[in-house]
Design a binder for this molecule. Structure first.
Ligand code: HSE
Length: 408
């Protein structure tokens, strides 16, 4: 029997306990042994909870108990999660986590520590909630050179954008609902400003390249400026708006230092694109690799049980590999990130009707998109150009209300 400790009895932590209990029989068969929660670490008491007697407040009880082989870190945030994870790994206990902040900040270091102590640091739940994406990248696609990863990596913002599109819901009302459903981060800024998706695409970029991508260098734009009017224009163009995260190998063949071009931003997506059909809390990840071509991973990207299920899958993997390290290529060496100014796309622009002449002088003869309800403005889509080129043109004119990139 393998004893498990859960650090943090919040949404995901309590989900881990629930999944281990509900699927106990089949998990035992698949792990080859019974997995039992011995401790739950939390600052709070949980009177009346069926696991109340397992709740403790001192992490050292777990660290010093040789019976505990696997630790689920579902606390979130950097500290004390980082210190607790390090100490657990140093004690030879495998750690399974849903904590993308910690993985994005210290993934390589924690994997190296796990290797040195013949245990594992697994983080399937840190990207895409319940969707298997880390394990496919490390196992199923291990014979592939992965060249590009893109998709919808944040359930909260996808839920909000879906509500705004389908029900005309106001941004803050949709956010409140997402929080009630347990999708959002403690600080919703991480979701709506794109920081959460940014950490996730950084983690995937690390697995794609085997090096460390500093997520703070990834160009990141959230959804807080998206309005119902933007959705009206999108509908007129047979498009919708999605927060996309993207990362592609870049510069490898150009003689320069091989690097990666990564970004998170809202995009106008054609209704014909499969990503347009990814709604609510669902996430979808496209992987482009050199032998298989394109593959897609789809499912619930947030929420208690989907996320907990991914943590428990890692727990089972740890039980099956007791005393053995599962190879995960992710070194501490820093990966060169290309300047986002080089990234190319078309741009949808909303501009004041009174400035049409000025706009045309800079952007050329544009095809106007007009909405009856907004007579004082018009929209248009530019030709493909780099971010830097667009920024120059934007500077050169007045009257631009907003712009959203177009996904071709
Ligand atoms: N807040 C995150 C999201 C939770 O909405 O995707 C899952 O990582």
């Amino acid at each position: 029997m393998a004893k498990v400790a859960v650090l943090g009895y919040g949404t995901v932590g309590s989900g881990v306990v629930e999944v281990l209990e509900k699927n106990r029989g089949l998990i035992e068969k698949r792990a080859g042994e019974c997995l039992e929660v011995k401790y739950i670490l939390d600052l709070r008491e949980f009177p009346g909870d069926p696991y109340e007697d397992k709740v403790i407040h001192d992490v050292n009880v777990i660290l010093e108990d040789p019976e505990v082989q696997i630790v689920c870190e579902t606390m979130g945030g950097n500290e004390p999660a980082f210190t607790f994870s390090k100490k657990a790994l140093e004690a030879g206990k495998s750690v399974c986590t849903s904590n993308k902040e910690l993985v994005a900040n210290h993934g390589a270091e924690l994997i190296a520590l796990a290797k040195a102590h013949r245990c594992n640091y697994l983080f399937e739940a840190s990207v895409g909630g319940g969707i298997p994406i880390i394990r496919p990248l490390n196992n199923a696609l291990t014979a592939e050179r992965v060249e590009e990863i893109s998709g919808i990596l944040n359930g909260t913002t996808n839920y909000i954008l879906t509500k705004m599109e389908k029900e005309g819901t106001d941004f803050s009302e949709a956010l409140k609902k997402a929080q009630e459903l347990g999708y959002a981060e403690r600080n919703p800024e991480a979701d709506v400003e794109g920081y959460d998706a940014c950490r996730k695409i950084a983690i995937l970029s690390c697995l794609m390249t085997g090096k460390t991508v500093d997520f703070k260098e990834v160009y990141t734009e959230g959804i807080t400026k998206i309005t119902p009017a933007d959705f009206s224009y999108a509908a007129k163009m047979n498009r919708t708006i999605k927060l996309l995260a993207m990362s592609a190998l870049d510069g490898a063949d150009g003689g320069g230092e091989p690097g990666c071009l990564a970004a998170v931003a809202p995009y106008l997506v054609s209704k014909d694109n499969p990503l347009a059909g990814v709604n609510d809390v669902f996430n979808a990840v496209f992987v482009q690799s050199n032998m298989l071509g394109e593959s897609m991973y789809y499912g619930k990207g947030a929420g208690k049980l989907p996320t907990a299920s991914a943590v428990v899958a890692d727990v089972v993997d740890c039980a099956k590999h007791a005393g053995r390290h599962i190879v995960c290529l992710w070194d501490e060496e820093k990966l060169h990130l290309e300047d986002f100014g080089r990234a190319k796309s078309r741009f949808f622009v909303r501009a004041e009707a009174a400035k049409e002449e000025e706009i045309t002088a800079v952007f050329g003869a544009v095809e106007k998109i007009s909405l009856n309800e907004l007579p004082a403005e018009f929209g248009f889509v530019t030709e493909v150009m780099s971010e830097a080129e667009f920024a120059q043109k934007h500077e050169a004119v007045s009257g631009i209300i907003t712009r959203i990139r177009v996904k071709d």
